[in-house]
Design a protein around this ligand. Structure first.
Ligand SMILES: [Ca+2]
Ligand SMILES: [Ca+2]
Length: 69
């Protein structure tokens, strides 16, 4: 997944369009169940600054770069 694809996915998951993914939004999206132990574990892993919301930058960094590091 590249940066552009991650951005599109972010918009898809951010259903109320406020620029942050909250856990209820994440939990309702099929992506949250892909090959992970739990949607909550995946969510917390993406939340790098521990504010319990995923900003666009956090999401893109996690999705677009983790496979190259
Ligand atoms: Ca939102
Ligand atoms: Ca966050």
């Amino acid at each position: 997944m590249d940066e552009e694809e991650a951005g599109k996915l972010f918009d898809e998951i951010d259903t109320d369009g406020d620029g942050m993914i909250t856990f209820p939004e994440w939990n309702q999206h099929p992506e949250s169940f892909k090959g992970k132990c739990s949607p909550l574990g995946d969510f917390l892993q993406m939340d790098m600054n521990w504010d319990r919301e995923i900003g666009r930058e956090e999401f893109i960094r996690h999705r677009a770069y983790r496979h190259y590091s």
